[in-house]
Design a protein around this ligand. Structure first.
Ligand code: B3K
Ligand code: ZN
Length: 881
């Protein structure tokens, strides 16, 4: 905790001075005083640049009791301790070091290191939490096999878990017992985990394709034993999928997942012992929505896939974070696409990218997928490292093809299993396996910012040549004024007037390619592509399936967009055309509102909307997405100076006018899709529910008595949380007296279920209401709320700050003051969560002078606060500089 923390640079990387050959940990667990004895077999690293370097171990908030070198206790004068390190000079080249330290898990509110959740012990070590457990070279390029002994009171902590295989367990006198675990695979300290507590386990198994039987266990609090079925099935599916698609098998005899209520993020891939936020494990049809079910499948898959991409092959240093995260997100996306619907999944991915990553890339915290520097590494678990990182991997697959990509993966694993490596190593494997040149492609890792591609077209009827002119650019980002051109895969098709894909032949090619999508490589700042042999001017469908994370600009007529929306063979681009059309209409409405003009017509869009709504052939899930207007955040990104109130009003007005124009059809679709039979999470059933609930939300925009009754009926009679929460959400936006009654009934029914209560909090925080902030403040005093629980903070405060732009950006600055207040209250408890909240304020430059002033005032207030964490300091200072 300091106001001027140091910056760590990638260019300063040096190999570790010492390696750990073996790590043995002994824990005597007790709530307020846990004793940790660490016995490390250390050896000087032959690759170190300094053969005389002292041994420097990381350690934070530890009470050091003993230091013993090769069996000899050292006097205090033989070592140096400060707030971050333990240093021993003049040590031999190989030796055994034993330290005894004490920590206080009960006082640990940061949820990093060893802490208590619902009375159970658990750990979170990534990125640098292990140093809050014991002194250690806490860096990912130091890998060692671990043996861990846990000792605890048997009655209070019957379950004792750590990584790897159980070696032995037994009773001790004085009511305590012990368990000893061994992880034979070398791993960095960030993958260490322990869990101790009163938990029940759900057990199943998986037989690998080579015939090994793996025991699968999910540990939860006893009250949640009936909510683990879906998580278990998801794990089995993930294990089978990784074998089938990547040829990768699990490598231990046991795989354990523990669900805890207090967790800073989604889950953690500790070797053989994943610790999960209970949100990504627990599901029952009446408590979890379709989105929750899919989230669980995705996150279970993600953590499982890390076993190879992250654990067996890990990061050399934290600048390489996307080596494991971008790649593993890509893998979990592909898994979900195969389990559900590929186009629906792709649209959702792009929505997240545009909603979270594009704004980040355009703001003061913009950083490359492989950052160059950081103050606090926890601030770099970002949409850029994760989601843009996954897009970068996807582009490699777009360029090399699926088969080439798989060959690259095989080579990467063959070369680097058991190592800590860099993104360069990954690219080298991809290039070498394919004889490909990815030299220019590397810029995706080193240059920040979202590239823009401007396309103009020209058709010459006399020669039948159709020319696409592409110009790429990338706006400046902090520390990077100008950018070099990117290597961009541009997937495209050209449609004839009937909507068929044309065969594509570039000038100079002997014959046309088969009709369909083709991937071009853009490499220059300006480049033209000439297609020959065309008899009429085609309609271009560019960037199909979102083949690169860029902003595409092409001047198409409204009619062409409507045509693509109806006809494009690429489902992603059908959706995209509708979004572009809607964006045009909405930005027009925003301008009308700002100028006080009467609102323009939205005929082309409205007609296309009606056609979509009445389409009986298409996948309802895709229709639901097509009928959903671009979000307020997305629209804000399209404006030079954001007007949050006008955006909100425009979007609401368009929703109402569409609902009025298509009321009968909306009602008809709603009724046609009513639930039949028992709840199922099959994609078809999920799709039907999503379309039905989109219709309900439109209908509720009119707030007519009859729809309110319909909504109440769905709320009261829905047999699944998806339908119930959709109805409650619609009521929560309304000004009707039914609102309060429904919210109260819901809380009454679910007050014992924290995850369901989170939904209740979020609905109120994101409600379209004049006094939302007042209600949020009141809810903070509600017994359901706790500032110490990250899920609660995200559900209430996070939802308000990040998910309710109109209320957050109120002109009086009340939303900004509230945010700063909460950041200050949270920071001493949990800096990671506080920093995420502070990020809501950092894009002040996008707003009008008045809001800029108000936001800056609050940022300054944060910066002036005494004892600000490194986490919040970095976000705030970068925003103001
Ligand atoms: N690797 C963890 C994230 C750790 C975050 C540390 N602040 C979860 C994941 O990406 O799988
Ligand atoms: Zn991950």
């Amino acid at each position: 905790m300091t106001n001027r923390p140091t910056t760590i640079y990638l260019k300063d990387y040096t190999p570790p001075a010492f390696l750990v050959e073996n790590t043995d940990l002994h824990f005597e667990l007790a709530e307020s005083k846990t004793r940790v004895t660490a016995t490390l077999r250390l050896r000087r690293n032959p690759d170190s640049t300094d053969p005389a370097a002292p041994l420097v171990l990381h350690g934070r908030e530890l009470t050091l009791r003993d230091v013993i070198l090769d069996g000899r206790p050292l006097p205090a004068a033989a070592y140096a301790v400060d707030t971050e390190t333990l240093t021993l000079a003049g040590v031999p080249d190989t030796f055994t070091l034993r330290t005894v330290t004490e920590i206080n898990p009960q006082a640990n509110t940061s949820l990093e290191g060893l802490y208590l959740s619902s009375g159970n012990f658990c750990t979170q070590c990534e990125a640098q939490g292990f140093r809050k457990i014991t002194y250690y070279p806490d860096r990912p390029d130091v890998m060692a096999p671990f043996t861990v002994t846990l000792v605890a009171d048997r009655a209070k902590y019957p379950v004792l878990l750590s990584n790897g295989n159980l070696l032995e367990k037994g009773e001790l006198d004085d009511g305590r017992h012990f368990a000893r675990w061994q992880d034979p695979y070398k791993k960095p300290s960030y993958l260490f985990a322990l869990v101790a507590g009163q938990l029940v386990k759900i057990e199943d198994r998986f037989t690998t394709r080579s015939g090994r039987v793996v025991t699968l266990q999910i540990f939860v609090e006893p009250r949640n034993a009936d909510k683990c079925e879906h998580a278990m099935r998801s794990l089995q599916k993930a294990m089978a999928w990784d074998e089938e698609v990547f040829g990768l098998e699990y490598d231990l005899d046991i795989y354990m997942i523990v669900a805890v209520d207090d967790f800073n993020m989604g889950a953690m891939e500790n070797k053989g012992l994943n610790v999960f936020n209970s949100k990504y494990v627990l599901a029952r049809p009446d408590t979890a929505t379709d989105a929750d079910y899919q989230g669980i499948e995705g996150v279970i898959g993600h953590e499982y896939f890390h076993n190879w991409t992250g654990n067996r092959i890990t990061c050399r240093d934290w600048f390489q974070l996307s080596l494991k995260e971008g790649l593993t997100v890509f893998r979990d996306q592909e898994f979900s696409a195969d389990m559900t619907s590929r186009p629906v999944k792709r649209i959702e991915e792009v929505r997240i990218l545009r909603q979270a990553q594009f704004p980040e890339d355009a703001g003061p915290m913009a950083h490359p997928v492989r950052p160059e520097s950081y103050v606090e590494i926890n601030n770099f678990y970002t949409a850029t490292v994760y989601n843009k990182g996954a897009e970068v991997i996807r582009m490699i697959q777009n360029l090399l093809g699926r088969e080439g990509f798989r060959q690259g993966m095989d080579l990467y694993i063959e070369r680097h299993d058991g190592q800590a490596v860099t993104t360069e190593d990954f690219l080298a494997a991809m290039a070498d396996a394919n004889g490909a040149d990815l030299a220019q492609f590397r810029r995706w890792y080193s240059q920040a910012g979202t590239p823009e591609i401007h396309v103009t077209t020209e058709f010459d009827p006399a020669s039948g040549v159709y020319t696409l002119r592409c110009r790429q650019s990338c706006p400046p980002t902090p520390g990077q004024e100008s950018k070099q051109p990117f290597h961009i895969p541009l997937a495209l098709g050209l449609l004839d007037r009937q909507g068929n894909d044309l065969p594509l032949q570039l000038e100079g090619e002997a014959a046309p390619h088969e009709a369909g999508t083709r991937v071009l490589s853009l490499r220059q700042e300006e480049e033209s592509f000439r297609f020959v042999g065309l008899t009429e001017e085609p309609v271009p469908s560019l960037l199909r399936d979102f083949s690169a994370p860029v902003k595409l600009q092409i001047d198409l007529a409204d009619a062409d967009l409507a045509f693509l929306m109806a006809r494009d063979a690429d489902p992603f681009n059908r959706w995209e055309a509708g979004q572009q059309l809607a964006t045009r209409v909405l930005l027009g409405l925003v301008e009308d509102l700002r100028q006080g003009r009467t609102q323009g017509e939205a005929d082309v869009f409205s007609e296309a909307f009606g056609l979509t709504l009445q389409d009986r052939e298409a996948d309802p899930a895709l229709l639901a997405l097509a009928l959903t207007l671009p979000s307020e955040t997305y629209l804000a990104e399209q404006m030079t100076v954001v007007d949050p109130a006008a955006i909100h009003a425009a979007r609401k007005a368009l929703r109402q006018s569409l609902a009025r124009r298509w009321q009968a059809e909306l009602l008809d679709t709603y009724e046609r899709l009513g639930e039949t039979g028992p709840y199922s999470i099959e994609p078809a059933a999920v799709g039907r529910r999503s379309l039905k609930n989109v219709c309900l939300a439109y209908l509720m925009a009119l707030e007519e008595d009859e729809t309110v009754r319909l909504c109440q009926r769905q709320f009261a009679q829905g047999d699944n949380m998806t339908d119930v929460i959709a109805a409650l959400g619609a009521l929560a936006h309304s000004r009707r007296p039914e609102r309060q009654a429904a919210l109260a009934a819901f809380y009454g029914q679910w007050r014992q279920d924290p995850l369901v209560v989170d939904k209740w909090l979020s609905l109120q925080a994101t409600a379209d209401h004049p006094d939302t902030l007042m209600q949020v403040r009141a809810l903070m005093a509600h017994p359901a709320f706790s500032l110490r629980n990250p899920n609660k903070v995200r559900a209430l405060i996070g939802a308000f700050c990040h998910g309710n732009p109109a209320a957050f950006h109120r002109e009086d600055g009340s939303g900004y003051r509230f945010t700063a207040e909460q950041v200050l209250a949270l920071d001493p408890l949990n800096p990671q969560v506080a920093a995420r909240l502070a990020a809501a304020l950092i894009r002040w430059r996008k707003f009008d002078d008045g809001r800029q002033q108000l936001m800056k005032e609050q940022l300054q207030r944060l910066l002036d606060a005494p004892r600000l964490s490194r986490d919040v300091y970095e976000i705030v200072s970068k925003s103001l500089s």
